[in-house]
Design a protein around this ligand. Structure first.
Ligand SMILES: C[S@@+](CC[C@H](N)C(=O)[O-])C[C@H]1O[C@@H](n2cnc3c(N)ncnc32)[C@H](O)[C@@H]1O
Length: 261
């Protein structure tokens, strides 16, 4: 989706991404697959994968709203061997994409999975409207199994609330959710949805705002995840700022240190 352009200083400060799988991803799928995800988000994925590995957290991955697979493939690339990766999208039934966020294509997604996934056979392509009754059953079916979950489907308040609730059901202990377009003025529904989600009964809370994404984790693991990100953030050349939102303190890692306010 259209995004504010990063300032020059931010673009000139590379994110320290060391994971060989993600370096390979950045050299190929990241540049060759159409979609919307930044390098800072990939840095956050590396850090969450490291955190989970250090605590023995092993789970599946899932994305609602895969489009052509740009972020999905990054998730797949760091998903532990033998774990399933679920890609959910309305795909070619774009009448169900009610706010016109992206434009899924099952053929392009499957082609990119074949070309860039580490384990194409473990990818489950799920043609589904995340707002449907069928979706409730699907997410109950993977209850407690998903360690890496991306919410990037419809961007209305209602989609964000429903998809966060689905992520909450599917998430394994120690799992993390990336919600797209937090504070993007072109897609205000995503932020409105997370505010209303956090004002109602909820089990996930924010841990990090980075580029377009808000990361959320279960309340039991959030403090440890924040501590990990705070330490790792010190090597990014960016300010690690503590922010408050909806009653929670968490991190924002965005602005290069010499430009940070
Ligand atoms: C912004 S794009 C996703 C971008 C993608 N995550 C990437 O890495 O580039 C949004 C996607 O959500 C899909 N979508 C929209 N509404 C949906 C819904 N209700 N259920 C499932 N997918 C939906 C669209 O078809 C589109 O592919």
């Amino acid at each position: 989706m259209d995004r504010p352009r990063p300032n020059r200083r931010a673009a000139a400060t590379p994110w320290p991404i060391e994971d060989a799988r993600l370096q390979a991803y950045l050299g190929r799928a990241f540049v060759e697959v159409h979609g919307w995800v930044g390098r800072g988000v990939i840095w956050s994925l590396e850090q969450i994968a490291r955190f989970q590995a250090s605590y023995g957290i092993v789970g599946e991955s899932c994305e609602i709203g895969v489009h052509h697979g740009r972020f999905f493939l990054a998730l797949e690339n760091v998903t532990p061997e033998g774990m399933a990766c679920h890609g959910v999208d309305v795909f070619d039934d774009q009448e169900l994409n009610v706010d016109g966020s992206g434009q899924g294509s099952e053929a392009k997604f499957n082609e990119n999975v074949a070309g860039y996934a580490i384990g194409p056979d473990r990818v489950r392509t799920v043609v589904m409207d995340s707002m449907s009754a069928e979706a409730r059953g699907f997410f109950r079916g993977i209850e407690g199994r998903v360690a890496l979950f991306s919410v990037d489907g419809g961007h209305t308040r209602s989609h964000a609330m429903t998809d966060l609730a689905s992520a909450e059901v599917a998430l394994a202990p120690g799992g993390v959710v990336w919600l797209d377009d937090f504070f993007n003025p072109n897609w205000p529904g995503a932020t409105e949805g997370v505010v209303d989600y956090l004002r109602g009964p909820h089990r996930l809370r924010p841990v990090l705002a980075i580029e377009s994404k808000l990361l959320l984790a279960g309340v039991s693991h959030a403090d440890r995840i924040i501590a990990h990100l705070r330490e790792a953030g010190g090597s990014t050349g960016r300010r690690v700022k503590t922010v408050s939102f909806c009653g929670y303190s968490f991190l924002s890692i965005n602005r290069p240190i010499d430009r940070a306010t």
